[in-house]
Structures are given as C-alpha cells and as structure tokens.
Design a protein around this ligand. Structure first.
Ligand code: NAD
Ligand code: GLY
Length: 375
C-alpha cells in the first residue's frame, strides 16, 4: 500500500539529510534517489535474503529515472560485519570501478547498513551512501545517525566511522517479509526511545506494541516515525557522541557483552540482547536506589508481554555465564574513559542518564541477581 511518506530531518549543517518513512517507498525511490546523488550510478549492497525479496523493485524504480544500478550481495548475518567481508566488498566495488561521485545504496538490515556504510566511508576516502533499511531495527535506529562499524575478535562495532548518509528511505511495507523474531528484536530499540526520555511513548507502546508486532500499518508507521524523530533530535544535538548521544546506548553495554559471549551466533540476536541489557540497566538502577522498583518491573513486564527475552539465563549457552566474564567484555566498550566503565542508567521510565560513577562490585552483584532469574 502506498501512502505519502513522512519526512524527518537530521539537522547537521551541510551534512543534513532527510529520513523518508512510508509504505511503498521502494517502488517510488527513483526520483528521491536521483535528487540525492551526484551522478546517475549506484551500487546496491544487500544481503542474499533481502536482495532476493526486494532488489528487483528498487532497481526497476531506479531505472525509471535513468539511474544505472549494480548489485553486490554479501551473506546474511552478523558475521558479515568482519574484516574479511569488508575487504571482499571493497574489492568488488573497486572491480566495478566505482567512482567518488557514485553512491552506494545499503539495502538491508543493520548489518548491511553498518558494513556498506563503513565501506562507503573509506572507499576512495569516502563516497556517498543512501540507507534503505529493511528491518524494524534498521528503520528506527541503525540507518539513522551515521554510525558505521564492523566487529573484531575483541568485540562489537570496534572498528568504524561516522559517515552520515545522504538520505534514508524507510519503506514500512518491506517489514511484511521480515521473520517474526527479527521484527520483535527490532522492537526492543523502539521501546528504548520511550525509556530514554519519552514516557508517554512507552505508555503508548504498552497499549499498542502488539499492533506494531502484528504488522498494523498505522501503528508501525507511528512507531517508526516517533523513533526516528527521537533519534534525529539526539543526533542533531551530538553527532559524534561527545555527550548526550550516549543515551542511545541504553542497555547496550550489557547487550554487547552478551553478544560477545555467544560469539555473535544466532541464539542471541542484537535486539534481543538489547532487551536483556535494558532490563539489566533498570535492575542496576534500582539496586543503586535510583529507580523505583515498579518502573523496572514495568519494563521487564512489557518485554516479557511481547515475547522478548528478559534474562541471559534464558539464552542457550548463557545459563551459567559469570558476571566477571561480562564485565571483562565491557572493558572494550567505547564509553570506557580512563579505564572506568560508563553506564546509561535510569531514574525511572523516560529518565535515562549517563554515569561513570558506578562501583564495579555493585555491577557484579546486580548481574549475579539477573543471571539467577530463569525467565
Ligand atoms: P540484520 O541486518 O542481520 O538483519 C536480520 C535478518 O533479517 C537477516 O537475516 C536479513 O537477511 C533479514 N532481513 C532483513 N530485512 C529483511 C526483510 N525485509 N525481509 C526478510 N528478511 C530480512 O540485523 P538487524 O537487526 O537489522 O541489525 C543488527 C545490526 O545493526 C547489529 O550488527 C548492530 O550492531 C547494528 N546496529 C547499528 C546501529 C548503528 O547506529 N549503526 C544501531 C543499532 C544496531
Ligand atoms: N545506536 C546508537 C547510536 O546511533 O548512537
């Protein structure tokens, strides 16, 4: 179904751009893409799953505005965010003689957005990228704000760049083909915005989250737009994460440690790790006497109600992970300063804040409790 797209602006001076959100956007993409690129040639980078489902429609639309398009696919999954796949992607782009004035379209989820965005940022010292996110997670978070990265054996997203896209095209229709588990995982990042500073949005999600997850078009559009507006405001105020942008990492310090511990295998996908991580952040906030226990319980209950995991103990292979092991993973977190861990905690729903003032033993004790909960 086609509707007039909503537009959210990311305001960053000469790097400003629009996020277009709407149903059926990919079949209309030609004119929008033409307005954002320097010369009529693009390379669409996608994964094998997404290319099979959505590439043809995008390519056909681009051809209506005489844009020459080529396709490069990479295997689906988090493992594509590696030096190996980055190198092979760069080689293929160079084989195609991609020029500085050409553009990459990242058609896929957060993995493709991060990998193709990073490749675009370093190819010939930087070419344009348009993000065309196809997962809920990518539409509400990873396609917006210019963070790109790959993982290394030391942890997640440790090598990357800030490279703002020229445009984001979030076609909500493409979410219809997304596996249910992936939709649900992306929903954790939607909830995150309510918990950071929009308690009324969290209340709306408590009532309407199941509609978003069942694919209701109006609920989905509202959730995507509200999330993008929220992210746009935060990124416009602090593009390079020198301060408030770190709020977007609510739950992520814990999540990245859990993901590193399962070696990015499919038994725990990113959004699921974020759900568990957010519950851990609220539990730690409560333990520190900062957050009412009722608010932490509300967060846990909502994730539980929509079928997201709320404890590491429910993930195969993490049943007996030791808190110290997770804290050791956290030492690679990009927010570590002078060896001290930084956490995003909350004084309640919609009241997240950043602090480095957390005693490590308190974190370990809170983790011991969380890890002991079995569901
Ligand atoms: P993903 O890109 O791996 O996509 C999930 C799965 O869904 C893949 O198998 C993919 O092939 C499939 N898929 C994607 N779109 C589909 C569609 N429309 N129909 C059918 N199948 C589809 O995972 P993700 O959850 O989108 O992204 C996770 C990644 O995003 C992580 O690496 C995370 O670190 C990163 N991330 C980055 C940022 C950022 O700011 N750069 C923010 C959040 C997350
Ligand atoms: N997803 C966190 C950020 O964009 O800053």
């Amino acid at each position: 179904m086609k509707t007039t797209p909503d537009v959210v602006e990311i305001s960053l001076g000469d790097r400003s751009y629009n996020i277009h959100v709407g149903a059926g956007l990919l079949i209309e993409a030609g004119a929008l893409v033409r307005s954002a690129i320097q010369q009529p040639r693009v390379v669409i980078v996608s994964d094998e799953n997404v290319a099979a489902l959505h590439y043809a429609r995008l390519a056909e639309s681009l051809s209506t505005t005489a844009i020459e398009a080529e396709l490069i696919t990479v295997p689906a999954g988090e493992h594509a965010k590696s030096f190996e796949h980055l190198e092979s992607l760069l080689d293929r782009l160079l084989e195609l003689r991609v020029e500085r004035g050409d553009a990459i379209i990242a058609l896929g989820g957060g993995v493709i957005g991060d990998l193709a965005g990073f490749a675009a940022s370093i190819l010939r010292r930087g070419i344009d990228v348009i993000q065309a996110p196809t997962t809920l997670l990518a539409q509400v978070d990873s396609s917006v704000g210019g963070k790109t990265a790959i993982n290394t054996r030391f942890g997640k997203n440790l090598v990357g760049s800030f490279h703002q896209p020229r445009m984001v095209l979030a076609d909500t229709d493409v979410l219809a083909t997304l596996p249910e588990r992936e939709l649900r995982a992306g929903y954790a990042e939607v909830v995150k915005y309510g918990l950071i500073d929009q308690p009324e949005f969290f209340g709306w999600l408590e009532k309407n989250g199941t509609h978003v997850l069942s694919g209701d078009p109006d609920a989905t559009r509202h959730a995507v737009i509200t999330s993008c507006r929220s992210k746009a405001e935060i990124v416009s105020a602090d593009e390079r994460e020198t301060g408030s942008r770190a709020l977007l990492n609510l739950g992520h310090t814990f999540a990245h440690a859990l993901e590193a511990e399962v070696a990015y295998e499919g038994r725990l996908i990113h959004g699921e790790a974020v759900a568990i991580g957010i519950v851990m952040a609220f539990d730690l906030s409560t333990r520190l006497g900062l957050c009412p226990a009722d608010d932490a319980a509300r967060v846990r209950r909502h994730f539980n109600d929509v079928g997201l995991p709320v404890t590491a103990a429910s993930i195969p292979g993490l049943e007996s992970v030791r808190p110290q092991v997770l804290v050791d993973h956290m030492r690679q977190d990009k927010k570590v300063r002078g060896g001290r861990l930084t956490f995003i905690l909350a004084r309640g729903i919609g009241q997240a804040f950043i602090t480095a003032d957390v005693d490590e033993q308190t974190v370990i004790t809170a983790l011991e409790e969380d890890l002991a909960v079995s569901a």
